[in-house]
Design a protein around this ligand. Structure first.
Ligand SMILES: Cc1cc2nc3c(=O)[nH]c(=O)nc-3n(C[C@H](O)[C@H](O)[C@H](O)COP(=O)(O)OP(=O)(O)OC[C@H]3O[C@@H](n4cnc5c(N)ncnc54)[C@H](O)[C@@H]3O)c2cc1C
Length: 411
């Protein structure tokens, strides 16, 4: 059977490894950490995944935590006014529920499953020199190492990467003890709080190593009042800062957070990165070729919560491309076509996410405002997180936005 090496045991690497394994491929998975190290390590994401991406996991019977993870049935948007009051506030209902399973839980569990099913798991932080050697002994080498150092093998695609610098400073806290949403306590929702010119606060339920929890996630405009987490090493100081900023900018979220405590000492994360699309094929010094997967080739800012969704979609798309290719060689032309097939979906995510990082044009503000009056608009926004290609139809262009508004208002 064909031999495939996957470097990186994250959302895409694990999903692809388990999918190929189930089809009888001989898969080696290289991870720079053991399952136990991942489980006991730092949180990595907020990893909210929507219906289509979750369905890819279900298709491979990898939805091990579906019954335990909170079902996120809506997506709420609030916009803060100059006096830190809510000038816009609505919640859209999702057609299919979303879920967030702490990547520490998921990656560790999937890694153990891969090994139990006879997969070869190598604990080693791969360097380019390793790949040079392995590219000669495997039919295909896939690099699914996220935003780690190996991305340097893949050239930046400047035409598809409008930002050269990070557009947000990120600060995450996993907490127990958050009160319910005041508006709709009967179902769980992601809360998106927009503070114009300052940044965004996302609040969402998750399943973590200690059970159900909530995540408080600030995205701050660099250099602005939320960009204060750099260098904060003490987790309780990180949480205190998070709450202080919530009290100041989003007091309605702070009101339910007065009793929270961190889930664990590794329940905080801070950082930033520039959203980047890369050329999908990496050339090794010895002439071998490797194909980049998910964040390696398309890394968007988490402002739209799409990275894990995209990683699941990339893994599903690559799995289909590999299987359909049969016994033919995984040459450069095949690698490019596998990426192009994924990009057909991924381009919509990148376009929408990059748009959300910029100050919104007036027609977008109108749409967000109108969603508070007209429930179909709120619902359509929410379901756009599942299928961002729909934003092409009503969001980017003034004419399409106006036509849609007129259509919904008339109805
Ligand atoms: C703060 C934050 C919040 C986010 N929130 C969301 C969200 O709500 N929804 C969403 O969909 N996405 C979200 N994302 C994005 C999402 O987490 C990532 O896009 C997704 O995990 C990418 O999957 P991947 O498979 O490409 O890489 P990863 O899941 O990052 O996996 C890469 C793996 O490779 C390993 N690795 C790295 N280098 C090497 C090496 N040299 N050798 C071996 N192994 C290596 C890493 O340790 C890691 O385990 C968020 C990201 C951040 C930072």
């Amino acid at each position: 059977m064909r031999k495939i090496l996957i470097v990186g045991a994250g959302q895409s690497g694990l999903q692809l490894a388990l999918g190929l394994q189930a089809q009888g491929y001989e898969v080696t998975l290289m991870s720079n950490r053991t399952a136990d190290e991942i489980r006991a390590g730092r949180v990595m994401s907020t990893q909210c995944m929507f219906h289509t991406a979750l369905q890819h996991e279900r298709d491979l019977s990898l939805n091990f935590w579906e019954s335990q993870a909170p079902r996120i049935e809506g997506l709420g948007v609030s916009v803060a006014g100059p006096e830190s009051q809510r000038v816009i506030d609505w919640v859209g209902r999702l057609d299919g529920y979303a879920q967030s399973v702490d990547q520490r839980v998921k990656f560790a569990g999937w890694m153990e499953t891969f090994a139990q099913r006879g997969g070869q798991l190598v604990i080693h932080g791969a360097a380019v020199s390793d790949l040079d050697y392995f590219s000669r002994t495997y039919d295909l080498v896939l690099v699914a190492a996220g935003k780690g150092e190996l991305v340097s093998m893949f050239g930046r695609d400047a035409a598809r990467s409008p930002y050269a610098e990070p557009q947000r400073a990120l600060a995450v806290s996993y907490v127990h003890g958050l009160g319910p949403r005041p508006e709709h306590p009967d179902f769980d929702a992601v809360r998106c709080n927009l503070v114009p010119g300052v940044g965004e606060l996302f609040v969402m339920p998750t399943l973590t190593t200690s059970g159900r929890a909530d995540i408080l996630f600030w995205e701050g405009v660099p250099g602005g009042p939320l960009d204060v987490f750099k260098g904060v090493k003490d987790p309780s100081e990180h949480l205190a800062l998070t709450l202080e900023l919530m009290e100041k900018f989003t007091p309605w979220e702070y009101a339910r957070a007065t009793k929270v405590e961190l889930t664990d000492a590794n329940g905080t994360l801070a950082g930033r990165y520039a959203p980047t699309v890369r050329n999908p094929i990496g050339r090794l010094p010895g002439g071998g070729l490797v194909l980049g997967v998910a964040d390696v080739v398309v890394a968007n800012d988490p402002i739209t919560g799409q990275g894990s969704n995209s990683a699941a979609k990339c893994a599903a798309s690559y799995l289909a491309s590999i299987v359909e290719h049969g016994d033919r060689p995984f040459d450069e032309a095949w690698m490019q076509s596998a990426f192009d097939r994924y990009w057909a979906t991924a381009q919509h995510v990148t376009k929408w996410t990059n748009a959300m990082l910029a100050p919104p044009p007036e027609h977008v503000l109108n749409l967000i405002g109108a969603a508070g009056e007209l429930q179909p608009i709120a619902d359509r926004f929410a379901n756009g997180f599942n299928d961002p290609s729909d934003f092409e139809n009503f969001f980017f262009e003034l004419e399409k936005a106006n036509a849609y508004l007129a259509e919904v208002s008339g109805a």
